[in-house]
Design a protein around this ligand. Structure first.
Ligand code: AMP
Ligand code: MG
Length: 527
């Protein structure tokens, strides 16, 4: 039960905190966090919780169904063993140094040790202002909270490294937001998500200390991070610092390859939104590729430069790692080893990306230039007409895609992925068939059993992802006080690679009404 949660609040115990106890906006120097309490809310109501995350904390469904659970995860009740605080961090936003940011609307409650001695930090998002709230209110609205809750869990079940979400509650209070910053503020229902992760440390935690020239605290913070989150690297010293940075490069590369595999676009890859553990963090104006388009970004706040578009994510992650390298430079004192470490990012990305693409195509191994061409041609074919990425890759594992199939059968097997069949010219059909024939010839080289290959492909090409319009439908219902679609999607997305024949309505292409609807194709940072 909740009262039995075992807290061990190492972050606040081992790192220096802000001596100021009052909750007002300020610059916080010489400290890694400020203690702050959640703001009580009027009428909290539990919308949903994740049974898997509850289990990580040894909480039974019965414990989650209690009024105490809702009280605690709305911030109305702080358990005695919690030690709530907001972290101090900075960040590069859209390529520019933004100074101190910090947990402006996140409050970490403490760290739970479960019965297997795993450590999980709990964090409320939207529980009121903190010293880092700057000009904002510290709150979150229901639409963005539904999106964070569902996507965290969906990503986990897809096998993508991510922070998790325990609970989603509405506060019974209204929060005013101008969704597209165009002079149309409106009240929306307030909500709070409880996020769960081994740690919420970001690149920006290090950057702020370096920017302020606080090398002593920077060293202490890096030492803390290594000993607590990367203990396998050994005692912190010059060599460990580099090994640690290399590991961050490796993990970041792996995370980005997963994003590319499932068609996830983060939307705001600022350095304050980059987890030091290589977890996907801060689900804001993210989106899922529907038709394959490397230039797509869901974030209207980024519409001009499209800095964070799908296809740019690998290079942006590297850019962010360069900022982290700059931040820890004072501890290393030499540029070449940091540069060498950064090449680990590119090498890991390249190797993992090839493995990933081979997996998506059902190849035993990625064979150099030849397969690089095969993939490049495929990605070009996918852009000839609007083609749904998840549906197309799933179709490649269809038994109808077979060397003995006629041209018509091949065309029919992928036709379900087209958004505008009327735009598919004979030329596009010819090019698609030509590619499929090359692909089949390549499969023949492997000589792998069809069924085995198809099963393997269906384990890496998801049938169900949190399509943008599905999240919006769940939000629409939720705003009417109806949580059924949130629960249904949470459940469907638990098994994203399974066929789930009774639920194929959740694997459908974006309907036409969603093409230009707010929340479906357009999102902003306002949340
Ligand atoms: P984001 O781009 O959402 O990651 O946010 C950047 C910074 O703004 C972080 O420091 C957030 O904590 C802060 N922030 C975003 N929304 C709010 C809000 N409603 N109230 C206070 N701080 C916020
Ligand atoms: Mg953020």
């Amino acid at each position: 039960m909740l009262d039995a949660l075992r807290f061990d609040n190492r972050f606040t115990r081992e790192l220096p905190g802000d001596p100021e106890a009052a909750n007002f906006r300020r610059q916080v120097l010489g400290a890694c966090y400020s203690r702050v309490l959640p703001t009580p809310v009027a009428a909290p109501k539990l919308v949903a919780y994740s049974p898997e995350v509850a289990a990580l904390l040894d909480l039974t469904p019965a414990a989650c169904d209690t009024p105490l659970f809702t009280e605690v995860f709305s911030g109305n009740r702080v358990l005695r063993s919690m030690d709530p605080f907001a972290m101090c961090y900075g960040g590069h936003q859209f390529g520019n140094w933004a100074g101190q940011l910090g947990d402006g609307r996140a409050i970490e409650l403490g760290e739970v040790l479960n019965q297997r001695d795993q450590r999980w930090a709990l964090q409320l998002k939207g529980a009121g202002p903190t010293p880092y709230s700057r000009t904002a209110d510290g709150l979150a609205v229901l639409r963005s909270s539904v999106r964070e809750f569902l996507c965290s869990e969906a990503m986990h079940h897809l096998g993508v490294p991510t922070t998790r979400a325990l609970s989603l509650v509405t506060t019974g209070e209204e929060v005013v937001r101008d969704m597209f910053y165009n002079g149309n503020p409106r009240p929306e229902p307030g909500a709070i998500v409880c996020r769960v992760a081994p740690s919420f440390i970001r690149f920006g935690n290090f950057e702020i200390l370096a920017a302020r020239g606080d090398v002593e605290l920077l060293r202490r913070f890096v030492d803390y991070t290594i000993t607590t989150a990367f203990p396998e690297l050994g005692a912190p010293n010059q060599a460990t610092y580099l090994a640690w940075f290399e590991e961050v490069c490796r993990r970041t590369a792996i995370m980005i390859v997963h994003w590319m595999r499932v068609g996830f676009v983060h939307g705001v890859m600022n350095t304050d939104n980059m987890s030091i553990l290589g977890l996907t963090i801060d689900y804001g104006p993210y989106g899922w590729l529907e038709n394959y388009d490397p230039d797509w970004t869901p974030n209207t706040t980024d519409a001009q430069g499209r800095r964070y578009r799908y296809g740019a994510q690998p290079e942006i992650a590297l850019w962010n790692l360069v900022q982290l390298a700059n931040a820890i430079y004072p501890l290393i004192g030499e540029v070449p080893p940091l540069q060498a470490a950064l090449t680990i990012y590119s090498a890991t990305f390249e190797a993992e990306w090839r493995k990933m693409m081979a997996g998506k195509l059902g190849l035993i191994e990625f064979n150099g230039e030849a397969d690089a061409n095969l993939v490049a041609e495929l990605l070009a074919v996918l852009q000839l007409t609007e083609t749904d990425m998840p549906i197309f890759f799933r179709a490649l594992a269809d038994p109808a895609i077979h060397a003995s199939a006629g041209d018509q059968a091949l065309t029919a097997a992928v036709a379900g992925a087209y958004y505008r069949p009327e735009t598919v010219t004979p030329e596009i059909t010819t090019q698609t068939i030509a590619w499929l024939r090359r692909y089949l010839a390549r499969l023949a080289q492997d000589g792998r059993e069809d069924l085995e290959r198809q099963l393997a492909m269906n384990r890496v090409n998801p049938k169900y992802v949190l399509r943008n319009y599905l999240a919006q439908l769940a939000i629409d219902k939720c705003e009417q006080g109806e949580n059924s679609l949130v629960l249904e999607l949470l459940d469907v997305l638990r098994r994203p690679y399974d066929e789930q024949p009774a639920r194929t309505q959740y694997a459908q292409k974006r309907p036409d009404w969603a093409r230009q609807r707010a929340g479906c194709s357009m999102l902003s940072c306002s949340s």
